[in-house]
Design a protein around this ligand. Structure first.
Ligand code: MG
Length: 385
């Protein structure tokens, strides 16, 4: 049993209506999918979060050739080999994102070879379904009062669908943000509301907005500050009792160690398609656990990354744990994305706000080959390397 072929597919969905968050406007959805095929014909899928063109080059020129001809089951050994071979220039960033996608595909394959779902291989299926919170409520180019009305309507739509909570995007400007979070809370007095600034504020702004969120009983304040300043999270946390969440821009056990040991973060949010893959995600979970911190992965992109997060959350555990423990949450991105909604023959099923944990081998999502062809803008195949 050997790895025989590696293919990468840059898929793109051009949006009819762009949407924005605090940092930029999204005009198209892109992902790099990786398919690793064994000599018996079975294959596994992985995904990289970020610039697909660069990931495609990193897989072709650096990491793919290291895996060809090897045993797919040796996930930790492969991870370490890829990391060690490029350590001098690739400790973080795009290269680590490429390792993440390959590692994810190896976990999918491992499940298929062993005939077990990935969650079982990650330590056990504690849950058969995971409650989701909806991510959406992005900004659109319209007058602010009108935008607030439409965002309140959007939140109502998610709550009616049974989602356990709704994440409100903030970070446009503090005055707008405070008006928005207040209106949403007034409209849904009992709902679980979360907020995400995508690192838009300096410390005084974060404190000002955070006090309002705290008063309005929001569940967490995500990325209030730049990921470059873990010490500011600590300073903010000392001023607020509201949990702070962050980590989607962070990678590896070493990156999370620095971030979490700084002391200001209550919820760690690694993206499994970027942080180093499932192998590294499990290490980050252990590290977080050692500091009494819970992990709720950042999820964006296609069903491959979502399936990884579903299995990860199914096999997780809560800190500190109790008989009537709160269930772990899953981030469920609802913003327009055909790469999530139209690319899979077998997707992750979401009903009444719960994501079903696949019981089929591996990650349990099946790519629709025809759809893949139609969304693919660049394909690379190791047979041509
Ligand atoms: Mg976020």
């Amino acid at each position: 049993m050997k790895i025989d072929r590696i293919q990468t597919f840059h898929v793109r969905h051009q949006l009819e209506e762009p949407f924005a968050y605090s940092q930029l406007t999204v005009r198209s959805r892109n992902a790099l999918l990786i398919e690793i095929t064994l000599d018996d014909g079975s294959s596994g899928w992985g995904e990289c979060y970020g610039p697909s063109e660069l990931y495609q080059a990193a897989v072709r020129h650096y990491y793919g050739p290291l895996l060809l001809g090897t045993n797919p089951l040796e996930t930790d050994q492969h991870w370490h080999h890829m990391w060690q071979q490029t350590l001098d220039f690739a400790r973080r960033g795009i290269m680590m994102g490429a390792i993440s996608g390959l590692d994810m595909a190896l976990w999918d394959l491992k499940g298929q070879v062993l005939g077990r779902p990935a969650s079982e291989l990650m330590g056990g299926r504690r849950l058969e379904q995971i409650p989701c919170y909806a991510t959406g409520m992005y900004f659109q180019d319209r007058p602010e009062p009108e935008l607030i009305d439409s965002l309140v309507e959007e939140a109502a739509h998610y709550l009616e669908q049974g989602f356990a909570g709704v994440k409100v995007k903030i970070g446009k400007n503090p005055t707008f943000d405070i008006a928005l979070v207040t209106r949403v809370r007034e409209a849904f007095p009992e709902a679980l509301l979360l907020s995400d600034a995508n690192h838009a504020y300096d410390l005084p702004e974060a404190e000002r907005v955070g006090r309002v969120l705290q008063e309005l009983n929001y569940g967490w304040f995500e990325e209030p500050l730049s990921p470059e300043h873990p010490h500011l999270y600590r300073q903010l946390q000392e001023k607020l009792s509201l949990p702070l969440a962050t980590g989607e821009c962070e990678q590896t056990r070493w990156g999370f160690q620095s971030l979490l040991q700084a002391g200001g973060v209550q919820i760690a949010q690694p993206d499994l398609a970027y942080c180093g893959g499932l192998s590294e995600g499990l290490k980050i979970r252990t590290l977080a656990s050692s500091l009494g911190i819970n992990v709720i992965p950042h999820v964006w992109g296609t069903m491959v990354n979502m399936a990884s997060a579903v299995h990860f959350q199914s096999s997780g555990y809560g800190e500190p744990g109790r008989a009537e423990a709160q269930l772990p949450l899953l981030e469920c991105d609802r913003s327009p994305n055909a790469l999530r909604d139209a690319l899979f023959q077998t997707p992750i099923e979401i009903h009444n706000g719960f994501a079903a944990v696949p019981s089929s081998p591996g990650l349990g999502v099946v790519v629709d080959r025809q759809a893949l062809e139609s969304y693919c803008v660049s394909h690379d195949d190791s047979s041509g390397w």
